[in-house]
Design a protein around this ligand. Sequence first.
Ligand SMILES: *Cc1c(COP(=O)(O)O)cnc(C)c1O
Length: 427
Amino acid sequence: MSNSYHIETKCIQSGWKPSKGEPRVLPIYQSTTFKYDNSDQMGRLFDLEDAGYFYTRLQNPTNDAVAAKIAELEGGIAAMLTSSGQAANYFAVFNICEAGDHIVASNSLYGGTFNLLGITLQKQGIACTFVDPDASVEELSKAFRPNTKAVLAETISNPSLVVLDIEKFAALAHAHGVPLIVDNTFATPVNCRPFEWGADIVTHSTTKYMDGHAMSVGGCIVDSGNFDWMAHADKFPGLTQPDESYHGIVYAEKFGRLAFIQKATAQLMRDLGSIQSPMNAFLLNVGLETLHLRVPRHCSNALAVAEYLEGHEKVAWVNYAGLKSNRYYELACKYMPNGTCGVVSFGLKGGRDVSVAFMDRLKLAAIVTHVADSRTCVLHPASHTHRQMTDEQLKESGIAPDLIRFSVGTEHIDDIIADLEQALQSV
Ligand SMILES: *Cc1c(COP(=O)(O)O)cnc(C)c1O
């Protein structure tokens, strides 16, 4: 696909490329397995000598078409779909880290990622140092150790809405010889393409704006192909030393710039099996076709909501990087000149209890454990997604106890604001 196409065209046309007589629309390859004519053909696939499908736990044509579309949207060279955003972040880290290694991560992260890095990976022997993303390069450099293998952060953090200085983080990671992994879920490639600012690996919870309709849980990992594993061969033996489980293949030698996704597929998917179902990949693809239409609408609605809330006497504070008063406004203008995301967070005067009472009064905006779909929804992280965190951890992650996460949908803006108005009046 021509890389000169605009993102709108890529949302629709990238990925599935039917040849003569094939379905115009991406088919759902609802098949666990694939047929070959003789034993040797199949053997070559297992040796990674030929590319091809053999078992859907590793790869499936529907998934690969959708992954190829997301790779083009991000400007990467290869991608893979995973069963969830959690699996995407886990695989992105575990593909280059093993027991005894260490990573550096922003402390402003999605709650699930915070637990994954801080607790579950710790149990697997991979340590994590959480850093304040706004700290100086000097301060941030102190977090690195000789065994540090990656840096991870979110373009716009969920739910604290911190905008990452991607160039600063990329320079920091590269100065220490490790890749920068950016979770680009909230910005989407329509608003920000982290590879253009130096990130090496991008992850997504496709569950959010990409699917866009709250239909299917999924994730994606995209590789820019830019990180030179061989230049730091001692740090990344998984990519630069023979893989005994694949007859001694050296991924970085055999697959060059495609090594990262090849290894994640051949090794991690094989052994850990977190593939997205082809049905979900099909639904994700339908969502992607309208991503470029929905995201600007989410953003314009969210800005209107943020401005409305900012002017309301019962509102204590509003956090939305699109507001000129926001501390991340300038970073947002640099990295996301067309808009940030559809999520606004705020707190009400009177604190936590008033915030919760207000949420219960909303009629159009539903209380759901979800974010970033076409229906306006709302959540109180301290009572819901981040319930497991202590007050201290909440504070460190930039999540105030009264924080309301308001995910602005694509309905008519007047109806969304009228709902806010009636609920605010009643508390
Ligand atoms: C939701 C989310 C995840 C986790 O994704 P799931 O698809 O729910 O597993 C990871 N990162 C961010 C930024 C998210 O918003």
